[in-house]
Ligand binder design. Structure first.
Ligand code: ZN
Length: 600
């Protein structure tokens, strides 16, 4: 092919795609019953059956969600306004077989669950996670999008979103489907606070807090002041802010009884919801979500790219994307002076316990835990699962790995985990190159050495070897000690049911006395030795004077058969962190670079 036809072809293609456009009109004729009316206009579409659909996944969520269930009254017209046939060809998929290049699909959306994942529609407050609300047309992902809102009269009409503003305050745009779906929107009585931040290259950005809460101006100021500190500490980890697409980052935060607790990160915003307003507790969610600006929004695993709105993406790296973010969320609070050392150490002890005591972290790798997110991340089913024995949350498990790596880097290489995060940012985040696990290992090698990085990944990331936290923490002057030394536990979680039977109420956990004795969920406990068991207090009282290693004869009923088993008590394994007697200068040095402020 010579040059001229190629150029012509390009021009023709450009002309065809520039004619493609999607616009939405959203109105609320029945907001009092949590309904919205949505019109999707698609123009410049190819003359073949047009497929419109609701999403089954959402940016920041890792499991499949069936958003199609809350959509009904679906109709369609063509470019002349004439009704055309629309066939429902799957639960969430609609087909318009014949049209003239332009189709308007109209439908009703029900939304009554305001959080980071779903939609909440109320005359006073419109709360939208886009995949939960908006149908989209297959094959038109790159078409520019415009959306206009007709706001209910009872609504104060303040709009917070990362969508691109236009001269009309109720009309916004997005360059395409991926950005549109990633842009949650809140409309209502929002208290706005904002400030300017700048990068070393002089570029400035606006950070906004849009708050829906029954809060005074002073409380809003107080929250904004704390968030400002967290923002500064997060930036200090990486040395620069991301280049926000339209110059602004927005915390869309709802703190009131009409929302459900959640936090969902997006490219230039986050949707935070909490059923209470508490100026001391909210910054933790802000810190976690803001850290995602770098870690996951731009330092992005290849497995999550691009968003697949038809089913969830399975990821191998959530132990890092979520777990390291979890670790830093807490660390940023400590560095910003919003959490004291004692509390912070308690949180670390909890992370260590996850790695040391949960079967999910003892027998499965962080990669395995990440893979299971497609089921665990609020994907609902009614049958029982065995998570207690094979899954540990990639949040806490990943954070426990972050703690170990932080201490390894500090004690072996005189660096903090910040050095690794910054190197990940430079290699993958800033140039927006999706990473893989081998790439992460290479970056770790660059801030440590290749042998250490290879060992760390094979032992603790793709493997699940135990971690010697006690030795690592000792170098920072902390002792890991048993919280309840000598205290015996049977590992039984049982409650008295409505029939007065004392029944094991959750899966017994691998490694516990109950599991090893062959006791299982739903078994009815009858006796410990000769003592009748009717309630938790009977069991607790009986165990009071027992020691780890003591054997009990448990009489129980499994289905309809009375059985006995020997149960050998174990020691409570929860641990706490405590200061050692003398903190040496070397230990002090580690503490000073670890959780004290990095803001210059
Ligand atoms: Zn997160």
């Amino acid at each position: 092919m010579n040059k001229i036809p190629v150029l012509l072809l390009c021009l023709l293609l450009a002309a065809a795609s520039s004619a493609q456009k999607i616009s939405y009109r959203m109105s609320f004729p029945n907001a009092v019953h949590h309904e919205a009316h949505i019109e999707l206009n698609a123009s410049g579409i190819p003359l073949k059956p047009a497929i419109f659909r609701m999403s089954r996944s959402s940016p920041g969520r890792y499991a499949t969600h069936e958003f199609g269930k809350n959509v009904y009254d679906v109709t369609a017209t063509d470019g002349t306004g004439k009704p055309v046939t629309v066939n429902r060809i799957d639960g969430e998929v609609y087909e318009v077989p014949h049209h003239n290049g332009k189709v308007t699909v109209s439908y009703t959306l029900y939304g009554n669950y305001a959080d980071g994942t779903y939609a909440g529609i109320d005359p006073e407050s419109i709360h939208l996670n886009m995949p939960a609300a908006f149908m989209w047309m297959k094959g038109m992902d790159d078409a520019p999008i415009e959306i206009s809102f007709e706001i209910p009269k009872d609504n104060k009409g303040v709009i917070a979103t990362q969508l691109v503003p236009t001269s009309n305050p109720r009309v916004f745009t997005a360059p395409g489907l991926q950005y549109f779906m990633d842009s949650p929107t809140k409309i209502g009585d929002l208290i706005m606070r904002q400030w300017t931040v700048s990068n070393p290259d002089g570029k400035t950005f606006t950070v906004r807090v849009a708050l829906e809460a029954n809060a005074t101006d002073q409380q809003a100021d107080e929250l904004a002041a704390k968030v400002k500190k967290v923002v500064a500490e997060a930036m200090a980890v990486y040395g620069e802010f991301p280049n926000y697409d339209h110059g602004t980052y927005t915390f869309i935060a709802s703190a009131n009884p009409y929302v459900y607790g959640d936090g969902m990160e997006h490219r230039n915003s986050t949707m935070i919801s909490s059923s209470f307003f508490n100026v001391n507790r909210l910054p933790a969610v802000f810190a976690h979500e803001y850290f995602h600006n770098w870690n996951v929004e731009r330092i992005r695993p290849k497995t999550l790219e691009p968003f697949n709105f038809e089913k969830s993406n399975m990821s191998h790296e959530l132990w890092f994307a979520e777990g390291f973010t979890q670790y830093y969320g807490e660390l940023l609070l400590a560095r910003a002076g919003l959490n004291d050392e004692k509390n912070y150490l308690q949180i670390l002890a909890g992370l260590i316990s996850t790695k040391q005591n949960t079967p999910g972290a003892r027998f499965y790798s962080p990669v395995d835990a990440s893979n299971h997110a497609v089921y665990v991340d609020a994907a609902v089913s009614i049958d029982r699962n065995n998570y207690a024995n094979m899954f540990s949350s990639y949040y806490t498990y990943g954070a426990a790995i972050a703690l170990a790596l932080d201490l390894e880097l500090q004690t072996r290489y005189g660096k903090t985990l910040d050095a690794y995060m910054r190197a990940m940012w430079k290699r993958f985040g800033k140039p927006e190159i999706p990473y893989t696990i081998p790439g992460m290992q290479e970056v770790l090698a660059s801030v440590s050495d290749p042998k250490f990085a290879a060992d760390f990944f094979s032992k603790y990331i793709t493997g699940h070897e135990p971690i010697d936290y006690a030795s690592l923490l000792a170098k920072a002057g902390y002792e890991l000690k048993k919280a309840q030394e000598g205290r015996a536990t049977a590992g039984i979680n049982a409650t008295t049911n409505q029939q007065g039977k004392f029944v094991i109420s959750s899966n017994t956990v691998r490694g516990t006395a109950a599991y090893e004795a062959g006791l299982d969920i739903n078994d009815e406990l009858l006796k410990a030795d000769d003592t009748n068991l009717k309630s938790s207090s009977d069991l607790t009282n009986y165990l009071q004077n027992k020691k780890p290693g003591d054997a009990l004869t448990i009489t129980y009923k499994h289905r309809n058969t009375d059985k006995t088993t020997t149960l050998v008590l174990k020691e409570q394994n929860f641990q706490v962190l405590a200061d050692i007697q003398t903190v040496s200068p070397a230990m002090k040095k580690i503490r000073d670079t670890w959780f004290t402020s990095n803001v210059k």
